[in-house]
Design a protein around this ligand. Structure first.
Ligand code: DAH
Length: 334
């Protein structure tokens, strides 16, 4: 049998083997058996040298054509096996439990603020708000704050521009003025909101934080009303066994003024008998006059406290900066 006659049968046999390969090892074996150094098709090519000059071109063409076909079959087998053994693109276990989407929730400061608002609503208070970019009049002057008071310093207050001196409010007390100018007594409002001070951030300070302001103006309002209200709300927030104490203090917009301390199991856990929590007092006659109310006819009380402080105590958080980093490992705990 001549070499030419051997080509087709050999090629047919090789194609059968490559087409039958179902995995990498059977493919490797077929490749070695046909195209390897000792392979049967390689052997055929080696015989070319023994042909006569006349026969060689024809045989060469036939062998090359056959080789192309065999290599194509090898390539197809490779792709077929790769596809069959690759990781599945679709989940194949339809009984596997699904992935739960992770739900967001309210920020701890929002939760505490909502609780504070809820307690005051029970007593007939409504929520009011005012601008975070304030002016000196509402933040200081109308609150009877002296022109040379250190809180006004550029070291303590963020001034937004020198022209007209707009500033970022340093407390929510500015809203007292705005509301009393708008609304005739009786006034019963609370103002949760963001305030700004030029503090360097550390475990207990941040250049922006949150306060709640309270204001009640009516006829014959007394310190007893103030004390009763504060006691009710703090017991709701911090537990029914919470004790409250008023200490004399000074604020330019109240007279008399007090600081409020509280005591409960939380303060005892921190090794303290009393912990300062808020400032308050009876609205200063000069403030009432400034908003057009006669201090002989009207009286009122006001207070302000920090929301972060309450949240830190309630949840045992020891670094205020955690509230602003929005690390979900922190947020998921509330
Ligand atoms: N504005 C005060 C502060 O930022 C808190 C405060 C004290 C508010 C006494 C009041 C008040 O309304 O009567 O520290």
């Amino acid at each position: 049998m001549s070499l030419l006659d051997e080509i087709d049968p050999l090629k047919a046999e090789a194609l059968v083997e490559f087409n039958a390969a179902t995995n990498q090892s059977s493919l490797d074996r077929a490749k070695g058996a046909w195209l390897g150094p000792q392979g049967r098709f390689t052997g055929l090519m080696k015989q070319m040298g023994a042909l006569s000059k006349e026969d060689r071109p024809l045989a060469g063409q036939a062998i090359n054509a056959a080789k192309t076909e065999i290599e194509k079959a090898l390539q197809e087998a490779r792709e077929r096996i790769e596809l069959a053994t690759a990781a599945p693109r679709e989940p194949s276990d339809f009984t596997a439990p699904g992935r739960r989407p992770s739900l967001g929730r309210l920020h701890p400061l929002t939760q505490v603020t909502e609780d504070i608002v809820k307690s005051f609503r029970k007593l007939g208070f409504v929520v009011a708000d005012g601008p975070e970019i304030e002016d000196e009049y509402h933040c200081f002057d109308a609150l009877n704050t002296p022109a040379d008071h250190p809180a006004r310093d550029a070291q303590d207050t963020f001034y937004v521009a020198s022209d007209g001196r707009p500033l970022l409010r340093t407390h929510t007390s500015s809203v007292q003025i705005r509301v009393m100018k708008e609304q005739k007594p009786p006034v019963r409002i609370i103002v949760p909101g963001r305030v700004y001070r030029r503090d360097t951030a550390d475990a207990t300070h941040n250049p922006t934080f949150h306060q709640v302001e309270g204001l009640y103006v009516d006829r014959d309002v007394t310190v007893a009303d103030l004390k009763g209200t504060v006691e009710f709300v703090f017991r709701e927030l911090m537990g029914s066994k919470t004790k409250i104490r008023f200490r004399p203090h000074y604020f330019s917009y109240t007279e008399p003024s007090f600081e409020i301390d509280f005591a409960n199991s939380l303060t005892r856990k921190m090794g303290k008998d009393w912990l300062e929590i808020a400032g308050c007092g009876m609205v200063h006659p000069a403030v009432l006059e400034e908003v057009g109310l006669d201090p002989e006819e009207w009286s009122g009380w006001a207070f302000g406290f920090g929301i972060e402080r309450i949240a830190m105590l309630r949840y045992g958080i020891n670094d205020i900066r955690l509230f602003y980093e929005n690390d979900t490992r922190f947020l998921h705990q509330f």
